[in-house]
Ligand binder design. Structure first.
Ligand code: ZN
Length: 137
């Protein structure tokens, strides 16, 4: 997936969203299979009102997860799992701007993935830690 082309098409308002899944690709760490975007509750409501539909897949229904899904893009009104409760405002404000688009800080993405805790998450954490070590801000 060309994440920048997708983001351009979506044309979401800057300051009201941050790309989560896709951040590793933006930094050139590894390719992403999909795009996950965290948006403010206000923007989430606007997207719903403009015709986006709530995802009704089994997992969303089972976990009461709110999510909009369109062409492999997941749009989320919150970013949390286990003991990680993402502060949307902070995540947007602290985002890394890459080619004009905001991406979640890898340090925060690591915290989230640590809570997810699947084998592939720990693989990603290793890749991100290695990247941060070689690319100190
Ligand atoms: Zn779903």
């Amino acid at each position: 997936m060309n994440i920048y082309k997708k983001l351009k098409e979506l044309d979401l308002p800057i300051g009201q969203y941050v790309v989560v899944g896709g951040a590793m690709e933006a930094h050139g760490i590894r390719k992403s299979n999909d795009l996950d975007i965290l948006v403010t509750p206000k923007l989430y409501q606007q997207l719903l009102d403009s015709g986006y539909e709530q995802c009704r897949c089994e997992e969303c229904l089972r976990t009461s997860r709110l999510m909009l899904n369109k062409d492999n893009v997941d749009i989320l009104p919150n970013f949390m799992f286990g003991n990680y409760i993402g502060d949307t405002r902070y995540l947007i404000e602290s985002a890394d701007l890459i080619k004009g688009f905001p991406f979640i800080k890898l340090e925060e993405f690591i915290k989230f993935k640590r809570e997810l805790g699947r084998e592939k998450d720990f693989e990603d954490i290793k890749l991100m830690q290695h990247y941060l070590k070689n690319n100190p801000n």
